[in-house]
Ligand binder design. Structure first.
Ligand SMILES: [Zn+2]
Ligand SMILES: [Zn+2]
Length: 286
């Protein structure tokens, strides 16, 4: 049953946006709107990718690196679900499994051949890289939430958020579509908003976190001597809101800050600092 649910979710939330990304420009005027299209894409990707994925799902829910009052906790949960990477409890359990078995059998998304018992040859490494990047979403073991996400299982706010996961994903598609209809007018405007605010944004945010799983365990510098293959990659850090400082993160996973000095820019950390300055979050571990 889990396998059927996984595959249905992967098809709808991950494969379908890639297909639409290629097909929609062939049948509609999605290239209209010029810079407004990139503005919409930038705002939607930043909101969902930064607040939802790196700050929400990763630093807040998975590692508890800061605290938030009840309604902010709920809002972060809702925005996290808008990334369409599964309910919060599922994402967190899967990510904690990654930290438990990093690059060993049991790691759900390692790009390392030994994690998949593949030969350490060029073909084995390429197959493991694909599996670690996105092949895993098609079939992977589901960790026991009672073991890996016990804190969220006993959290009534998170139960409320996770029960409505399809609603939040749908909202994340409908809001930019409605914006497009208002801004550009009519059905073609709605399709324009749907394309840039939902389809392209979904694809970008999926790859944003997948590339951290794959590339950040393959290529880059190691500042800390961790037992896994995690790396720091500055170019990746810039386009993943700081997630590219992945070796730092594996060395000290409970820190909200992934870039440890001024030469390691970390937009996710800046975002958390802004929320703290506004009094929206507190007890930040930096
Ligand atoms: Zn990792
Ligand atoms: Zn982590």
């Amino acid at each position: 049953m889990f396998l059927r649910m996984q595959r249905r979710h992967a098809l709808l939330a991950m494969v379908l946006p890639h297909v639409l990304l290629v097909l929609l420009p062939l049948v509609s005027q999605v290239w209209s709107g010029g810079w407004a299209a990139f503005g919409l894409l930038f705002v939607a990707s930043t909101l969902v990718g930064c607040m939802g994925v790196t700050v929400g799902l990763h630093r807040y829910f998975s590692h508890r690196s800061f605290k938030a009052p009840r309604e902010m906790h709920r809002l972060i949960g809702i925005v996290s679900c808008m990334a369409a990477q599964g309910p919060v409890t599922y994402w967190v359990a899967l990510h904690r499994l990654h930290h438990t078995f990093s690059d060993e059998p049991g790691d759900p998304h390692s790009p390392n051949p030994r994690a998949w018992k593949m030969p350490d040859t060029l073909s084995g490494r390429l197959r493991a890289f694909w599996q670690g990047h996105c092949g895993w979403v098609w079939r992977h073991d589901v960790p026991m939430p009672t073991r890996y996400a016990r804190d969220l299982m006993s959290d009534p706010v998170m139960a409320w958020v996770d029960r409505r996961y399809p609603v939040w994903v749908l909202l994340s598609v409908l809001i930019p579509t409605a914006f497009g209809a208002w801004y550009q007018g009519g059905w073609s405007g709605a399709l324009w908003g749907f394309y840039w605010g939902a389809v392209v944004r979904l694809v970008i945010v999926h790859h944003m976190i997948w590339i951290v799983n794959s590339l950040s365990h393959t290529w880059g510098r190691r500042g800390s001597d961790t037992t896994d293959t995690s790396r720091n990659l500055w170019l990746l850090a810039l386009v993943t809101f700081g997630e590219g400082w992945h070796n730092n993160h594996h060395a000290r996973p409970t820190l909200a800050r992934m870039g440890w000095n001024w030469r390691q820019p970390d937009p996710g950390w800046w975002f958390i600092c802004s929320l703290q300055r506004m009094g929206l979050v507190h007890s930040v571990k930096g």
